[in-house]
Design a protein around this ligand. Structure first.
Ligand SMILES: [Zn+2]
Length: 182
């Protein structure tokens, strides 16, 4: 039987970026956008707040973009301060590169193991899906999901009882599967 686990975001991640006012490095998404139209050119920003001093910084989302080439519906979502859009944009590698930001997902996700009774079985196959691109070490997820310590998980890997096509000790943010033989 295949078990399905899901890594689910529980809130917006922190945005790592230097604050020009207080030199802190953590910002929180305010959930608000600012849009500026100049003739037919659009600029849009996602506003983030310094977690230390509360200063606002603007992350560029659209830059001098022709109104007609903006994806239909996007403008409405920007004006409505759509929270799902903020999540999408923060995860967008183009937005991350353009604004030189890195996300901190610590304490912003949970693992849903679907109430599976897998601990009684001899062999379990688990498929892990990521609902957002959250970088986590599989070793940590498996420890959490199976109620083991990380050292115990490492030992199972060494003993060949825990196998996967991916390197379980490296951080990843994409779907993977593993098999555990108890
Ligand atoms: Zn600050």
């Amino acid at each position: 039987m295949l078990n399905n686990w899901v890594v689910i975001p529980t809130c917006l991640p922190l945005v790592l970026r230097r604050c020009h006012t207080c030199a802190s490095k953590r910002f929180r998404a305010s959930g608000k956008f600012r849009v500026n139209a100049n003739h037919k050119l659009l600029d849009a920003w996602l506003l983030v707040l310094c977690t230390t001093c509360g200063d606002t910084a603007k992350l560029t989302v659209l830059e001098r973009m022709n109104v007609r080439s903006v994806q239909p519906g996007l403008l409405d979502r920007l004006h409505a301060n759509d929270p799902a859009l903020a999540v999408e944009l923060l995860q967008d590698p183009v937005v991350q590169r353009r604004n030189r930001i890195v996300l901190d997902w610590e304490n912003a996700w949970r693992l849903d193991i679907g109430g599976s009774d897998h601990l009684d079985r001899e062999v379990i196959d688990v498929s892990v899906r990521f609902a957002a691109r959250i970088p986590v070490r599989p070793v940590r997820l498996i420890a959490k999901g199976c109620g083991l310590s990380r050292a115990e998980v490492e030992r199972l890997i060494t003993e060949g009882k825990l196998v996967s096509a991916v390197r379980l000790s490296d951080k990843l943010s994409g779907d993977f599967t593993f098999t555990l033989k108890c």
